[in-house]
Ligand binder design. Sequence first.
Ligand code: UT7
Length: 323
Amino acid sequence: MAGRSVVVGVGHYLPKRIVPNSEFEKTLDTSDEWIRTRSGIERRHFAAEDETTSDMATQAAKAALADAGLTADDIDAIVLATSTADLTFPSAATMVQANLGMTRGFAFDVQAVCAGFVFALANANALILSGQAKRILVIGAETFSRIMDWSDRTTCVLFGDGAGALVLEAQEGAGTPADRGILATDLHSDGRFKDLLYVDGGVSTRTTGYLRMQGNQVFRHAVEKLAATATTALDRAGLTSGDVDWIVPHQANIRIIQGTAKKLQLPMDNVVVTVQDHGNTSAASIPLALSVGKERGQIKPGDLIVTEAIGGGLAWGAVVMRW
Ligand code: UT7
């Protein structure tokens, strides 16, 4: 017997406003064709002026709770991955806690940029395995539209807003890779690469700042590091890529997604792809893809899933779970 963190609910929220690539042609020296072929992105959602990260996270959390047939009273903790919290503090997670009417348990944010949801899942899993919590809402939510430099064509066409959430529940498993739930996690960061992807402002430097990225440099690290972390996590679970039903990758660039699948020797038929509709929603992209993948009928109970992500830090990692 072994404790497992099992996904019992999933949901997402996307803001109403959808912006097609053609919109950027009006103000920038760019084209729908360039954006599609270099990134795979066709459109993205942007939050309304008065819509915040915690608003979107709350909607995604409600959808995940409804999917699980649970209420906020059943939840012991909220772990929210974001780099775009409403305020410097308190955490967006405590705002979601209040919005859900949850007056017990605890809530906190995790900041690992685009790898945030993988880090949040690994942390939530550890809290469940240590007995600290029985049910945890794990949320990824971002308003990256707020940190875009709209005059920088190399970044502003790539990102979008949204939120996704899972409910994890402590269950007993047999201790084998056939168990439902999280089977293995693998986390990394290397701060030597901090200049490849960062926001050039923050509280301690008394500025606000915009996202800056050396995209092609990040790209070079991505495929290699993502395939390696996915392989390590699978190995830790006693599995190989041949056992995988779905790769649910961070949705930054279709070429990174394809390159990673190829390195793992899996066809694109085994990959959940949403980048065309959402753009890069940072920590929200994996829970959004899990929710959409389930809605599409791709992800089914018992399927073996590998999620993997890389982003600012650089920080990267993977989680292997059976749905
Ligand atoms: O989620 C966090 C992690 N982030 C990522 O994983 C992003 C990783 N990087 C990428 O997805 C890709 O590197 C990009 C999509 C950002 C760029 O694609 P690329 O094939 O690496 O292009 P590049 O940066 O090497 O740029 C090629 C050319 C440049 O022109 P020159 O120097 O060759 O004349 C750019 O100035 O494309 C130009 N360019 C554009 N042209 C039209 C850059 N952005 C645009 C644009 N429209 N929006």
